[in-house]
Design a binder for this molecule. Structure first.
Ligand code: ATP
Ligand code: MG
Length: 203
């Protein structure tokens, strides 16, 4: 046998072994359930990753619901893009902007409450497979909503419903209740170098 043949034989045996391990690992995972997913952390990508999942779900002909808790009047590209899916996307932008923009606590709380009741409505709709609660973490962080009430409702979601919650500073009780939590780390951000929000990247 030539050196090349020996190398390729060794490689084949190694890969076969790795495949057996992988197949066994996959076979052991049998649970099927609607996931509670949290995208948090100071880095960029929390909302866009949630919308990536929305797109993935839409690809299977499913219906997706979105509630935006904080963002208000700002126009975003994704909202228009998702609108092309027609009835398969239900989108509610309920926020009035950030706290330092509204400067009115009672108004912020009322807006968060309205957004939360929309969220409950979408979660109760059996035709919806995935609900994105964008920036819910911010409403929880500023105590616009009762944490216990929100976490209980998320835990009590339908067995096959996936929910994604985004926003910095996720509350420990929410992290505890979640199945999948990802912390986005800010390694470098162009804002620090004076680059303003870019169309198609930030909005
Ligand atoms: P995206 O919507 O792009 O996925 P995000 O949801 O992770 O971002 P948010 O906390 O919702 O981020 O902030 C919204 C905007 O703030 C983003 O467009 C993003 O570019 C900007 N941003 C995110 N992280 C940082 C950071 N570390 N420094 C400055 N700006 C940031
Ligand atoms: Mg966001």
């Amino acid at each position: 046998m030539s050196i090349e043949d020996k190398d390729s034989e060794r490689h084949r045996a190694k890969m076969a072994k790795r495949k057996a391990v992988q197949d066994k690992e996959v076979a052991e995972k049998t649970i099927e359930k609607g996931l509670l997913i949290v995208n948090t952390g100071p880095g960029k990508g929390k909302t866009t990753a949630a919308f990536g999942l929305a797109l993935r779900m839409l690809g299977y002909g499913k219906k997706v619901g979105v509630v935006q808790f904080i963002k208000g009047a700002w126009h975003t590209g994704e909202k228009d893009a998702f609108a092309t899916f027609g009835e398969r996307i239900v989108w509610h932008t309920m926020g009035e902007g950030f706290t330092w923009e509204t400067q009115d606590l009672a108004r912020d709380i009322a807006a968060a409450e309205r957004a939360w009741s929309k969220a409950l409505e979408l979660m109760a709709d059996p035709s919806i497979s995935l609900v994105v609660l964008d920036e819910l973490n911010i409403a929880l962080r500023y105590d616009y909503l009762d944490l216990g009430k929100v976490v209980d409702a998320l835990k009590a979601r339908r067995g096959d419903l996936h929910v994604v919650v985004t926003g910095r500073n996720a509350k420990p009780a929410l992290v505890e209740a979640a199945d999948l939590v990802t912390e986005m780390t800010a390694v470098k951000h162009h804002f620090a170098a004076g680059v303003k929000a870019q169309q198609g990247i930030e909005f």
